[in-house]
Design a protein around this ligand. Structure first.
Ligand code: S3P
Length: 432
């Protein structure tokens, strides 16, 4: 993919449905009793992986454009799959599905592509084993065999890493446990699971403790089908927010963007760094807050912060936006430093390494740390960069290319389809 620099961005953009919420919408409506119609379901390849795994497990699904209809089978109504369940590139598919399959009375095998096969599964194997499921995975990597058991043993699990996937895995397993299953979350992570379980009629208790929040579900809870609308993906919005905020004279509008407070720190951070983002038409649908966003590019961004360092609890809230925030750092006075973000090393690629390598190729001043990076304000120059097979790297560097002098080439950029198949088409239509 070759990208030319742009003067600014103009227009109104329809973003795809949120990836995290779409996965949950598909999985939870399969677990429910009754039929659920999901509107604005993500167009992402990852969410297609979730749908195809569910179909292999005997769930009837139909799709017309971005509307998906799922006929629920109930918490234990799945059929064992004849073949391994291929989760493709999707960490959310494999980790949430593991929690559901652990509580079924049959065995399953979960597989994925090369990137997913290199990602850590111990984080789900450990709690599910404590619940009496048996999981087999060589060196804690896919393929992973899940020997299901029903009911599972209810546990109280103290989360060791800030991960919404692990939290959701344990809570889903808890729905097929013999009592109350809890997760103690020291650092808040995206709470789409808690919100959507409630939408489907499940009681999710939350208690503030000294060392975090205790989230509890009961093994006797049942889900009842209820139609859903998926907000547009704030993580996909982030690429356009950064591009428009940095290019003087830009004005773009993004409709119905998910603004869940455990997910939208990127908007607040961009504003704090001087970006002009207006939120209007705020509302709530399906227990998820959303709103329309207007971004105006003022050029020459001046941070309104005392420090340009992002670290601590906010990192979990913008974990998927760090590649694009690093690109943003090249455009602001004082740059950006990101720390305590070593989870980035086990995403679809080692995102610290991918970002540092590409930024250097584009002439940016950048320093790598074990747990993050620092990038200074830089004059970017066009270069040949790699996507590292990672959708968010491909899209972040397409935005960097707009800021650069000369043409940028991104190899294997088609992996953007993992979350956002129409990304390049839309970018080209709004870039002037
Ligand atoms: C996700 C949680 C995050 C995020 C991923 C989606 C989810 O992963 O990076 O893109 O939908 O629960 P972790 O739970 O590994 O932090």
């Amino acid at each position: 993919m070759k990208i030319q620099p742009a003067a600014n961005l103009q227009g109104e953009i329809n973003l795809p449905g949120d990836k995290s919420i779409s996965h949950r919408a598909a999985l939870f409506s399969a677990l429910a009793e009754g039929t659920t119609r999901i509107e604005n379901f993500a167009t992402s390849a990852d969410c297609a992986s979730t749908l195809s795994c569910l179909a292999q497990l005997g769930v009837e699904i139909s799709q017309e454009n971005s509307t998906v209809t799922v006929k629920g089978v109930g918490k234990t109504g799945f059929q064992s799959a004849d073949n391994p369940l291929d989760c493709g590139n999707s960490g959310t598919t494999v980790r949430l599905l593991a929690g559901i399959l652990a509580g079924q009375n049959f065995d399953s095998v979960l597989t994925g592509d090369e990137s997913l096969s290199g990602r850590p599964m111990k984080r789900v194997i450990e709690p599910l084993t404590a619940m009496n499921a048996l999981l087999e995975a060589t060196e804690n990597h896919l393929p992973m065999k899940v020997h299901g058991k029903n009911p599972l043993k209810a546990i109280s699990y103290e989360a060791k890493i800030a991960s919404a996937q692990v939290k959701s895995c344990v809570l889903l397993a808890g729905l097929n446990s013999d009592g109350k299953t809890s997760v103690l979350e020291k650092t808040p992570t995206r709470d789409h699971t808690e919100r959507m379980l409630r939408w489907f009629g499940v009681e999710v208790a939350e208690t503030e403790k000294e060392n975090g929040k205790l989230i509890t579900v009961s093994g006797d809870a049942n889900l009842t089908a209820k139609d859903l609308f998926v907000p547009s993906d704030v993580s996909s919005a982030a690429f356009f927010l950064v591009a428009a905020a940095c290019l003087k004279g830009s004005e773009i509008v993004l409709r119905a963007v998910g603004l869940n407070p455990t997910r939208n720190a990127v908007v607040e951070v961009l504003r704090a760094f001087g970006a002009e983002i207006e939120i209007f038409n705020e509302r709530e649908i399906g227990n998820e807050p959303l709103g329309d966003l207007r971004v105006r590019g003022g050029g020459n961004l001046q941070p309104k912060l005392s420090s340009n360092i992002l670290r601590g609890k906010i990192i979990a809230n913008l974990i998927d936006e760090i590649p694009i925030l690093a690109v943003f750092g090249t455009q602001i006075e004082g740059g950006i430093e990101i720390r305590e973000a070593s989870e980035l090393r086990v995403k679809e690629s080692d995102r610290i390494k991918s970002v540092v390598e590409n930024l250097r190729k584009m002439n940016a001043r950048v320093e790598e740390f074990d747990d993050g990076l620092r990038v200074g304000k830089s004059d970017l120059k066009g270069a040949r960069v790699k996507s590292f097979g990672d959708h968010r790297i491909a899209m972040a560097f397409a935005v960097a290319a707009l800021f650069a002098r000369g043409e940028t080439e991104i190899t294997n950029a088609e992996c953007a389809a993992v979350s956002f198949p129409a990304f390049f088409e839309i970018l080209q239509s709004v870039a002037k």
